[in-house]
Design a protein. Structure first.
Length: 320
């Protein structure tokens, strides 16, 4: 009987011991799982914060790109009086107005012809570079550039880019590279006129406060380099094909002798032909030029596309 009683006590003790161990293991595993859940939640929260911050930075960088500069209000000097700028509100990039005054019509036209972006201030946020041109009723077309930055959530004029009238300093393009502004302007050259620039001059600038300060040397390039044409041996004529954008031109150079006659034909009445270099007596008509040469050497002529679209022309040159 005593042995039987001792056996029961031993069994009860064994069961109590295992129960306590199981409870400890359950508590330990529960605590570890909770720690893992908490750590996972923290990681997810941190990841969420990082994504939110990146999105905010991207939104800040792209903020100015959301401004519609083709439907915007400008203050160009060309519209002002006594160097005081006046406001011009463009719609779809244009503004035009006509007024009757003292028996004649005053006309004003303003156009936004280019909008670009780049970081000019070094703050990792883009500025907007807007190029415009205006006409006040005469033959002049005066260009001007505007540089905008974002300030308090709104576009603010940072500085202006000086332009000019057509071939005399008229703006061609502007872009930002490595924190510098590169501006391309027309240059009339030695033989050009107000209508027709011969060269383009590139100037680089650094922004200092609200001023554009020129840096480095200007570069000058010819806008219409001549393409040399040579005839096959024993031939007195040749044919070339060329694509020319609307209202643009292509120049050609040929060698000839004094007393010869050079005839140039183009297969379109949308093309004008003129002699640019060389002493000769010329007659010109739509798609045709004939020149009696008065000297020996290189002669340069140009084909001008007077059409509204780019076109491919066939040019026939004959020298006899």
């Amino acid at each position: 009987m005593k042995k039987y009683f001792n056996g029961i006590l031993l069994l009860i003790f064994f069961l109590l011991f295992n129960s306590a161990g199981l409870s400890n293991r359950v508590q330990t595993e529960t605590s570890e799982n909770q720690n893992q859940i908490d750590a996972g939640s923290f990681a997810a929260s941190a990841s969420g914060n990082q994504d939110s911050g990146a999105t905010e930075t991207e939104q800040t960088q792209d903020e100015i790109r959301k401004i519609d500069f083709k439907n915007f209000t400008y203050e160009p000097f060309c519209a002002g009086v006594d160097d005081e700028a006046m406001k011009v509100a463009v719609k779809n990039g244009e503004f035009s107005e006509e007024k009757e005054a003292d028996g004649f019509t005053e006309r004003f036209y303003f156009n936004v012809f280019d909008v670009g972006y780049g970081d000019l201030t070094g703050d990792n946020r883009a500025e907007a570079i807007v190029l415009t041109v205006c006409n006040t009723g005469g033959t002049g077309n005066f260009s001007e550039g505007f540089v905008y930055t974002m300030k308090d959530g709104k576009p603010s004029l940072l500085t202006r880019i000086e332009g000019g009238d057509r071939a005399y300093g008229g703006l061609r393009s502007a872009k930002v590279e490595n924190g510098t502004l590169i501006v391309d302007r027309n240059d009339v050259g030695e033989e050009g006129g107000a209508c027709c620039p011969e060269f383009a001059v590139a100037t680089t600038y650094k922004l200092s406060g609200s001023r554009l300060v020129p840096t480095g040397k200007e570069t000058r390039r010819e806008l219409y380099p001549a393409r040399r044409v040579s005839f096959e041996k024993g031939k007195s004529s040749g044919i070339v094909s060329v694509k020319i954008p609307a209202n643009e031109r292509q120049r050609f150079v040929v060698e000839a002798n004094r007393g010869q006659t050079m005839t140039v034909r183009v297969n379109s009445d949308k093309a004008a032909i003129s002699l640019r270099k060389g002493d000769a007596e010329t007659t010109e008509s739509a798609g045709l030029m004939r020149a009696v040469l008065k000297e020996r050497g290189d002669f340069v002529f140009e084909v001008w596309n007077n059409g509204e679209n780019e076109a491919e022309f066939t040019v026939t040159i004959e020298i006899k």
